[in-house]
Design a protein around this ligand. Sequence first.
Ligand code: G4P
Length: 534
Amino acid sequence: MSPTTPTTVESEAARRRTFAVISHPDAGKSTLTEALALHARAIAEAGAVHGKGSRRGVVSDWLDMEQARGISITSAVLQLTVDDVVLNLLDTPGHADFSEDTYRVLSAVDCAVMLLDAAKGLEPQTLKLFEACRARRTPVITVINKWDRPGQEPLGLLDEIEQRLGIVPTPLNWPVGIAGDFRGVLDPATGAMTQFTRTPGGATLAGREKIPPDEAARRHGPDWRTAVEELELLTSSGQVHDQDSFLDALATPVLFTAAVLNFGVAELLDAVRSLAPPPRPWLDVDGLERPVDGPFSGFVFKVQTGMDPAHRDRVAFMRVCSGRFERGVVLTHAGTGRLFPTKYAQSVFGRERETIDEAHPGDVVGLVNAQALSVGDTLHEGATVRYPPLPRFAPEHFAVVRPRDTGRSKQFRRGIDLLDQEGVVQVLVSDRRGAQAPVLAAVGPMQFEVAAHRLEHEFGAPAVLESLDYEVARRTTPTATPVVDGKHGAEVLRRTDGTLVALFTNKWRLSTIESQLPDGSLLPMFRADRPGPS
Ligand code: G4P
């Protein structure tokens, strides 16, 4: 093979796009996912993936609690092949209480699609997730959804993105018709219009007709002229797509959709295919690059138990960073040096599972019965490589958990250990509190509900949770620990990864105690600046 011929792994990597959709709940993430799958012809009609109402629960919502609460906690991966491009769409939980989980998913993607509701613009969860993308310099494509409903002015929305996120929005298309009267989009590249027509219930592809500018002007009169003028305004101020600025996360291409009607979805699919970056060399814990065609390596970004109610098995989702994965290969666990056989490798989307025989950089492999794997673990072949641990969010809710029935202590401990490894909650312990009364720490209280539900139903160890009065957590040092621990309104515990975590009842207690300590004794919990792709 000549040096210029790409290896198969390189060419397989080059045709992959691994991305996630980030949004505030209700912006239309499930609907859009479904619409993308429809466009990729993965499913015959929208509604088969997931959604609300009568369509809910078809594939993705498998835990009883998710069904009862109408939330989606567990996430999965949808692989779509469009022409020759393989799209890996990593699903993220919708509820803000599970944002830590979402963050882990974001650490495994090469691009994000930020979905906004046209009426609401940037919402708190969108901002938080965008910050996570910015910290990793993940390129972001922005989609303004629900354009079929009354909403804000498009220029105002772009202005909000620029002002509040500090990123330049560059339209890839521009809506013809105000929010609530979505006729189609103007394509800046050709100056032509793509006019959309509805199909009943949005269950099949929308009609798309390309019409030249003069015909668009004849059919849509003032709406067309407004679109042309607005786009000219943006063009003249330099808001034009530039691939390098997008890849550097300095600019975000913007599209308009009505996912429920499948309007603009084909355009989004094209944008992901043509603009989102393929997998790049991943940076290890020392900041060194592992080339995509190097020996196999991947890291676990999610562990999920009980996805298949019949088996209660445990699946570790591994993002492939380099090399080719072949089912059956024996990998090495970088943390322990132990061997990890991969006989059971699957693609998992909700209840649907298929055996994966091979995978390439950018793909996600579900390793079944992965008892030995925790979130953040690296697996590899050949020379050892270790990817940095996934950062944990700063918890804001704390509760002591105890087994309701002391006769079930063993099951209780096992359950707590597994929930910890899966990252469902953070588990903090101290000698003072003892092993039977660990403290659970969470970003959102719903994580406690999930933990309690699973302790009872999965591990047969009903538990009692008692909220603690703490609101603030900091990482601390062994030297500072004796000073902080035992002070009124403060306590130090140890997280299972060894981190010493100081808890304070409020930020005033924190600042009083901090003033008695040398600088650097109390550090923020969350560090998002974890390396990923180079
Ligand atoms: P999420 O996953 O981000 O939480 O949002 P989801 O897709 O579940 O959508 C939230 C609601 O917004 C749903 O309505 C959905 O139908 C609606 N929706 C999504 N995209 C669009 C769009 O482009 N236009 C309009 N008009 N609505 C949209 P729902 O009332 O909660 O459920 P349903 O009974 O309509 O399914």
